[in-house]
Design a protein around this ligand. Structure first.
Ligand SMILES: NC(=O)C1=CN([C@@H]2O[C@H](COP(=O)(O)OP(=O)(O)OC[C@H]3O[C@@H](n4cnc5c(N)ncnc54)[C@H](OP(=O)(O)O)[C@@H]3O)[C@@H](O)[C@H]2O)C=CC1
Ligand SMILES: O=C(O)CCC(=O)C(=O)O
Ligand SMILES: [Mg+2]
Length: 410
């Protein structure tokens, strides 16, 4: 495909998929990236430095990523008048695997989230966010080493579908009148209205992905997180469809809580559920009893930041948006705008998101190099401001310096 806004790097090749959907990764893949808004450019620069150094170190020049910038967000709007050009979507589809920095979403008006739009348009239905603790990282809990969970957040539905009507508008009036006259449900005249779609298809494919991950990683349990006592036909249905997947598609591998009273036979994955508010306290009080969490979109969003806090904060919270044959890696956090341009924030989040990308590509030598060098740098107490402010004896470094320290530890 030819592009007007995007320069395709010379010397790179496409990542392809075979007829079973298995990725075929060349030694010189072209990988699209979005540097992001706010602190995005600082973090991206630092992360890219680490990725290139790790690939060079692991393969001595035999493999190399050909990075291809694709426009999105403020930089794109200022350059070409579009927040999210079609070319960006086309390029991510064409090249299959991409990585991005955070993009700003205004509150209460203005454009809808570009981050959410990318997930929906590309049908990246799994938001995968692993949460674990690293030695020396300051944490507000006594035993952060007990936190080792992976959030699977449904990424395309729920209130993120963007079906909302502002109070005082003609659309709101029509919907309110329909609710009152046809369905007998009255809401206050001055209400904003939102619709929360949760489908059987969307719920089942997310829970299926979570259970497959649990099988692959030998996890002992999968918890379906929902608010089904209050939102019976959305959150409650998510729970029921989740159990249905476990019982019908993974009968040999899973046992549900009800079937074994919480004591699964050896070798079986325990599938249980938790009402979301309880899940937040369970995560603090009994974190080691939870490994994989399958969540609706909003619950997963809230839980992501809360769990990240338990292991030190958003500065090292990685993530991936994954669909069938396509993936877009990105940190859990946003643009942290007050630190923009200061070369200050922790790039660990994007570095670890990149490491999830290398795992997805099967470049395991790079994964291991980055992981070990990252751990070693933290062990030396060389950290950015977020950890330095709570870590006695720490050496505080800038975002770029943290990246250089990781490279020197490879
Ligand atoms: N996927 C995406 O692109 C996302 C985009 N956003 C968007 O980002 C914007 C800002 O959102 P906001 O709610 O402030 O949340 P942010 O995640 O941007 O920041 C919240 C706080 O988290 C800490 N933090 C975030 N990133 C880092 C980092 N790399 N290193 C160290 N600390 C970090 C900072 O804490 P402290 O102040 O304590 O130093 C920061 O003030 C909004 O427009 C929002 O919509 C939000 C989430 C995801
Ligand atoms: O798109 C946004 O601005 C926020 C998204 C978000 O918080 C998330 O995906 O965790
Ligand atoms: Mg969030």
């Amino acid at each position: 495909m030819s592009y007007k806004l995007i320069t395709v790097p010379q010397g790179g090749s496409h990542i392809k998929a075979d007829s079973n959907g298995k990725l075929e990764v060349p030694n010189n893949p072209i990988i699209p990236y979005i540097e992001g808004d706010g602190t995005g450019p600082d973090i991206w620069k630092a992360s890219q430095m680490v990725f290139d150094a790790a690939v060079e170190k692991a393969y001595g020049g035999k493999k190399k990523i050909h990075w291809m910038e694709v426009p999105a967000g403020e930089k794109s709007f200022n350059g070409n008048g579009s927040w999210l050009p079609d070319e960006t979507i086309d390029a991510i589809k064409e090249y299959r695997v991409a990585i991005k920095g955070p993009l700003t979403t205004p509150v209460g008006g203005g454009i809808r989230s570009l981050n959410v739009a990318l997930r929906q348009i590309l049908d990246l239905y799994q938001c995968v966010r692993p949460v674990r603790w690293y030695t020396n990282v300051p944490s507000p809990v006594r035993e952060p080493q007990k936190v080792n969970m992976c959030i699977f957040r449904e990424n395309t539905e729920d209130i993120y579908a963007g079906i909302e009507f502002k109070a005082g508008t003609e659309e709101q009036k029509k919907l309110r009148e329909f609710l009152a006259n046809t369905l007998g449900k009255k809401v206050r005249e001055d209400s904003g209205l939102g619709i929360k779609p949760i489908s059987e298809f969307g719920s089942k494919r997310l829970v299926r992905a979570a259970i497959n991950y649990a099988i692959k990683n030998k996890s002992k349990n999968v918890t379906i997180v929902h608010k089904g006592n209050i939102m019976k036909f959305t959150e409650g249905a998510f729970r029921d469809w989740g159990y249905e997947v476990a019982k019908t598609e993974f009968r040999d591998q899973c046992v549900t809580w009800d079937e074994c009273n919480g004591n699964p036979p050896a070798g079986k994955i325990l599938v249980k559920d938790a009402i979301a508010d309880n899940m937040f306290q369970q995560a603090l009080l009994r974190p080691d009893e939870y490994e994989v969490l399958a969540c609706t979109n909003l619950n997963g969003d809230y839980l992501s930041d809360a769990l990240a806090a338990q292991v030190g904060g958003l500065g090292i919270a990685p993530g991936a948006n994954i669909g069938d044959g396509y993936a877009l890696f990105e940190a859990t956090h946003g643009t942290a705008p007050k630190y923009a341009g200061q070369d200050k924030v922790n790039p660990g989040s994007v570095i670890l998101s990149g490491n999830m990308m290398f795992e997805y590509l099967g470049w395991n030598e790079v994964v291991s190099l980055i992981e070990k060098a990252f751990e070693k740098t933290l062990a030396q107490k060389v950290v950015t401001y977020d950890f330095a402010r709570q870590l006695p004896g720490a050496k505080e470094v800038k975002c770029s310096e943290f990246a250089k320290a990781i490279i020197s530890n490879m």
